[in-house]
Ligand binder design. Structure first.
Ligand SMILES: [Zn+2]
Length: 756
């Protein structure tokens, strides 16, 4: 190189000179300085990391004048001679013997620079929100003197709410620039234009151009459509007046994007006017979920708005979601060049994703981002499904198709699942690396035990590939509305796991724990082991259903401060049977469910006691009684699906108040002879008397207004004379209902506990 040339490249000469020198961080002589309030959070997060790594207490200044002679971490300051020209969100850092500069694009460059430095240069890892892991370096000699990163996507994020999660998002360099505007676009329309411009609005099922009716809202009062009610508004997308209004309202000087996303909350009633219907290539039923196919009418809508918008601003873009009724690509309409589409997939296979994306591109889509919101349905919080690589591969596929970014709903909520969000976050940061690279990156947080943490995740990945992925569609179908976890809970879990899987993975984690570990790594792996043990018990209580298994799960949750009803279990019908076990826990397993259907006899004149109906026996029930009734619903309205209940009996009971008798035969285990045996009633409305083999053994009398909901147990030993297991005991219950619903409306159990 000619000497003169150096004069043209002073910054380069500066860098070359530096790289030869060793830069050593001396924490005791360091200070952090930030120059703009927007860098405050990251400056203090930098301090938090440095203090942890160096066991120091580095001061932070913000007056722009860090003390002289110190090694300064400059957050948001250009190094001498650096040019202040950057690509959007571009981040740079540069180390000199006097300090380190974190700088870049004004909005987020310095922030991204700090986190890149911590991760790449100091080896920090954030496996999940709230965790900071690192291998303590000593002495702190920097391997590199500079670093740079420019985001490969305009939109990067996984949605999460709590403050620790938001901090994790910053550390993952989430964010964006030139981001499309999406979300419910028309929530204020009815209030503003409901009276003046009914033609903007969907023709609803009651023949009015107004929001869908639901109880408690009055469409004649547009001002009432705030908050949740505003979600009921849907538009007439063929209305040219609406197209003009949207473009008129658009702040085109400041924003190039126009959001035309519809509301999505039920009741969903798309416009049923003839002009809108004409736009559908297939006649839709309207007012239903997903089976409807309305993409063409919405692409028509987007084209119409886009045409008006480009006249005002040539770089305008119209934004909308490919979502539910509009998820599949249009069949007739062509997508004009200036659409930005947020694709919300309900396909979760690589092939399905490929088909969906190429379909949209074939229809003319040029710009899209990936918005999987139903990934929350893959988050059980309790089972290690091993799908991380699968979903990483789908992310890679969208990259191949040229996505501009990602707006994910989170998978995670549990230590066994933190890898899933981690690899997606890293794929957004640098999609040129493959899954294995980011898996190793994640596992490196665990130091010596990295190979075991990796083996743990690889074990479950192989299980996904071998036993879950091949019947993914079946699972989604079983779970309804693509709800993967619900499908698993409702029966598919048994096919996907085995007891030996948990033996193997527990062992891997136990080995991992025996290594030399930092406190944070040990804490994380201990949580993983606890989660794995919990997963085994969930598996057992669902796939190997038994009262013992459910009870063991309940006790494990109580002991380890895990919520008694975990995640969405309650909403999904208590698949682990925890609620039942909770109610029966003062007894000992097994808990025997009595028949769902018992014989029933009406007693409108209440002569049963006098006529000694309680002396009836199993042999005569079927002949002399009125029929069968389920014991899990009120006698007024047994579910229509139960064909065991005759139409005649249904008719008699429709509005019945008075006395009725239930009867069944029960076999009691002989080994319970020396125990206290109970009939446990989930609830009876209102009062009842219980007879065993003709003898009254107890009663439950309605006294307090809530007594019809209260469970109770009745000891029945006194009525049992023959303890042979093969003998049917005659169980008869007289129920008296004075008003409202009546009957045995929650299941009856046969249980026992040690005798006194
Ligand atoms: Zn219409």
């Amino acid at each position: 190189m000619k000497p003169g040339l150096l004069c043209f490249f002073p910054a380069l000469a500066f860098l070359l000179a530096l790289s030869a020198a060793e830069i050593v961080i001396k924490p005791e002589n360091s200070v952090i300085s930030y120059y703009n309030s927007r860098d405050r959070i990251v400056a203090f997060d930098l301090k938090k990391h440095l203090d942890l790594i160096f066991s120091s207490n580095i001061p932070v200044t913000s007056d722009g004048k860090p003390p002289e002679g110190k090694f300064v971490f400059h957050v948001g300051k250009l190094p001498p001679d650096a040019k202040a020209e950057f690509k959007p969100e571009e981040a740079r850092w540069l180390a000199t013997p006097e300090g380190i500069y974190f700088y870049g694009d004004r909005n987020s460059g310095s922030r991204h620079a700090v986190y890149n430095f911590l991760e790449d240069e100091l080896g920090v890892r954030w496996p999940e929100p709230g965790e900071i892991m690192f291998i303590r370096p000593s002495p702190i000699v920097l391997g590199k003197v500079s670093g740079a990163w420019t985001p490969p996507f305009r939109v990067r994020g996984i949605r999460g709410r709590d403050p620790e999660y938001r901090l994790w998002c910053m550390r993952m360099c989430f964010g964006g620039h030139d981001q499309p505007q999406v979300g419910h676009a028309f929530t204020d329309y009815w209030e503003k234009f409901g009276k003046t411009n009914p033609e903007f609005f969907a023709l609803n099922s009651s023949g009015k151009r107004a929001p869908a009716l639901k109880s408690g809202n009055d469409t004649d009062n547009p001002a009432a459509f705030h908050g949740k009610n505003s979600q009921a508004v849907k538009m007439c997308v063929s209305s040219e007046a609406l197209h003009r209004k949207i473009v008129e309202k658009w702040n085109f000087k400041e924003k190039r994007y126009i959001n035309i996303c519809e509301n999505d909350s039920p009741p969903i009633e798309f416009c049923s006017c003839e002009n809108c219907r004409k736009l559908d290539p297939v006649r839709a039923t309207l007012g239903n979920y997903y089976p409807d196919f309305l993409t063409d009418r919405y692409v028509y809508f987007a084209n119409a708005v886009a045409k008006l918008a480009v006249a005002k601003r040539p770089d305008a873009r119209v934004c909308y979601y490919a979502y539910n009724e509009t998820e599949r690509p249009p069949v007739r309409e062509r997508i004009s060049a200036n659409h930005t589409i947020g694709i919300v997939p309900t396909v979760f296979t690589v092939e399905g994703t490929e088909k969906l994306l190429s379909g949209w591109k074939k229809a003319g889509a040029t710009e899209f981002f990936w918005r999987p919101n139903q990934h929350t349905y893959f988050n059980s919080g309790c089972m290690p499904f091993g799908f991380e690589k699968h979903f990483f591969n789908i992310l890679c596929l969208t990259v191949k198709h040229g996505t501009i970014g990602f707006d994910y709903s989170s998978f995670r909520s549990h230590p066994t699942l933190s890898l899933s969000d981690y690899v997606l976050a890293k794929g957004m940061k640098d999609p040129s690396r493959n899954y294995e690279y980011w898996l190793d990156h994640y596992c490196s947080a665990f130091g010596e035990s990295a190979p075991y943490v990796k083996e743990y995740h690889e074990y479950w990945r192989r299980n996904w590939e071998k036993r879950i992925a091949p019947h993914l569609d079946e699972i989604l179908k079983k779970g309804r509305y693509y709800n993967f976890v619900r499908g698993m809970m409702w029966g598919e879990l048994a096919k996907s796991f085995e007891e030996s899987d948990f033996d193997a993975t527990d062992k891997i984690l136990e080995t991992a724990l025996s290594g030399k570990l930092s406190d944070s790594a040990r804490g994380h792996i201990a949580k993983m082991l606890l989660a794995n043990k919990h997963a085994r018990l969930v598996y057992r209580s669902i796939a190997l259903k038994s009262d013992e298994n459910s009870l063991a799960l309940l006790k494990f949750r109580e002991k380890n401060n895990i919520p008694i009803l975990f995640g969405r279990e309650e909403k999904w019908g208590d698949p682990c049977e925890i609620k039942t076990i909770l109610a029966l826990r003062e007894y000992d397993p097994p808990f025997i469910r009595t028949n769902l259907f018992w014989y029933f006899k009406l007693d409108p004149s209440d002569t049963g006691v006098k006529e000694k109906w309680f002396e009836a026996s199993v042999k005569t029930f079927s002949k002399n009684w009125d029929g069968m009734l389920p014991t899990d619903s009120f006698w007024e309205n047994p579910p229509p699906r139960w064909k065991q209940v005759s139409p005649e009996l249904r008719g008699k009971l429709k509005n019945y108040d008075g006395t009725g008798w239930y009867a069944t035969g029960l076999k009691v285990p002989a080994e319970w002879k020396n125990r206290d045996v109970y009939l446990y009633f989930g609830a009876v409305d209102e009062s009842c008397w219980i007879y065993v083999n003709g003898k009254e053994v107890g009663k439950h009398i309605f006294k307090n207004s809530y007594d019809w909901t209260v469970p109770f147990g009745i000891r029945i030993n006194d009525g049992i004379t023959n303890w042979d297991s093969s003998v049917y005991q005659n169980i008869i219950v007289r129920v008296e209902d004075k008003a409202g619903m009546g009957g045995i409306w929650k299941r009856v159990w046969l249980v026992s506990k040690a005798g006194k």
